[in-house]
Design a protein around this ligand. Structure first.
Ligand code: KIV
Ligand code: ZN
Length: 390
């Protein structure tokens, strides 16, 4: 596969993801997740924001010691104290990256920094130059780039690349953009920043309007080659881009998009459960890819279709994301085909006449119970056998 079409996966579950109220992780939990992320095949793990607390600092140190394959990244603001802390926390990393940056939108420049465009540009350049004293790999984030003036953003990106940034992150911090607007921003940078080919463009989207995944894909189509994301889409407010969604979109539409990652997708379900359990944050049942209902079929028409051929109602093989099989949920909307199939799995061979009768009983039960499980079916069949064969 062409290296130019490779999308680098930057996981920020342990940094942006962990900012969710009530979801804080201990250092041992972070290490366990980081090891799973390594096995999953992510390219970069953002392990924390070292200046923010001694615990976060220590997590970056410990992860750097035990996770050797992916790049280990630490976040900073654009100041020397933050960068010193990040460099110190990353001292054991085999491959270290400092992720520094500053607000790029006029709203941030005015109301967050009470500053001017020129001053902020200088701080951005100084931060990158300072970070380069410690590591060769420096990523720069232009916070709130989604709402920033694109000409100013282009000047900022050109200046930080000249200062030594190897990756330039264009965050839609507030989940504001439409996919086409976000893609246009990335295209503009590709076309107007003369030194852009010296850096990788990264997309970092938030889900405030439910567009994080769509925006990330649009940004990749426009030329970005790194995607920042979290497991289960955990993150501030409505969350970050969900890794499993982006990766499975790239895989499902590989012919059209021509992009690929090195993620071992069969590990998704396992790590999704792990993150959900450790963060005490349940995954919504209808969550794409890893939700409980993502491969569950409950209407009679769909059950019949999927039993005839899986691809009638499934665009992804559940095994590809680590789910052993799809699920046929027996409810009052189920048809005879689904009932017969489940009874056969339980060891009952049943002819048409008997099936009609059992099906009527099944519907009565399903109306009362909502979902009929294997135990209910055993009970139903027990009754049927008693009545007819004893
Ligand atoms: O959303 C954002 O802008 C961020 C940056 C700190 C990278 O998380
Ligand atoms: Zn973010």
């Amino acid at each position: 596969m062409n290296e130019q079409n490779r999308v680098y996966v930057f996981d920020t579950t342990l940094r942006d993801g962990e900012q969710v109220p009530g979801c804080q992780l201990t250092t041992p939990e972070k290490i366990e997740i980081a090891k799973e992320l390594e096995a999953l095949g992510v390219d970069v793990i953002e392990a924390g924001f070292p200046i923010s607390s001694p615990g976060d600092f220590q997590s970056v140190v410990e992860i750097s010691k035990v996770v050797r394959e992916p790049v280990i990244c630490a976040l900073t603001r654009a100041n020397t104290k933050d960068i010193d802390a990040a460099a110190e926390a990353l001292r054991f990393a085999k491959r270290a990256r400092i992720h520094t940056g500053i607000g790029a939108s006029d709203i941030h420049i005015r109301y967050k920094f009470n500053s001017t465009r020129e001053e902020i540009l200088q701080r951005a350049v100084d931060a990158v130059k300072y970070a380069r004293r410690f590591v060769d790999d420096v990523e720069f984030y232009a916070e709130d780039a989604g709402r920033a003036d694109v000409e100013y953003l282009a000047r900022m990106i050109e200046a930080v690349i000249a200062a030594g940034a190897t990756v330039v992150n264009i965050p839609d911090t507030n989940g504001y953009c439409l996919p086409e607007q976000y893609a246009a921003k990335i295209r503009y940078l590709k076309e107007h920043v003369p030194n852009i080919d010296r850096a990788i463009i990264s997309v970092h989207c938030h889900d405030d309007l439910g567009l994080a995944t769509a925006n990330s894909i649009a940004g990749l189509q426009a030329g970005a080659r790194q995607v920042e994301c979290t497991i289960n889409g955990v993150g501030e407010r409505a969350g970050n881009t969900s890794m499993e969604e982006v990766v499975m979109i790239l895989k499902t539409h590989q012919q059209t998009l021509g992009l690929y990652t090195q993620i071992q997708t069969k590990k998704f379900y396992n790590i999704s459960n792990m993150v959900s359990r450790m963060m005490r944050m349940p995954v919504q049942p209808n969550k794409a890819i890893v939700g409980r209902n993502a491969f569950a079929h409950s209407s009679g028409i769909h059950q019949d279709g999927v039993l005839k051929h899986r691809e009638n109602y499934e665009i992804i093989n559940p095994e590809d994301v680590g789910i052993p099989s799809n699920a046929i949920i027996l409810t009052a909307r189920s048809g005879r085909h689904a009932l017969k199939h489940r009874l056969e799995r339980l060891g009952y061979q049943i002819d048409k006449l008997n099936l009609d009768e059992v099906y009527q009983r099944f519907l009565e039960l399903a109306d009362r119970k909502k979902e009929v499980d294997d135990q209910d079916l055993q009970w139903l069949m027990g009754h049927h056998v008693d009545e007819h064969f004893q």
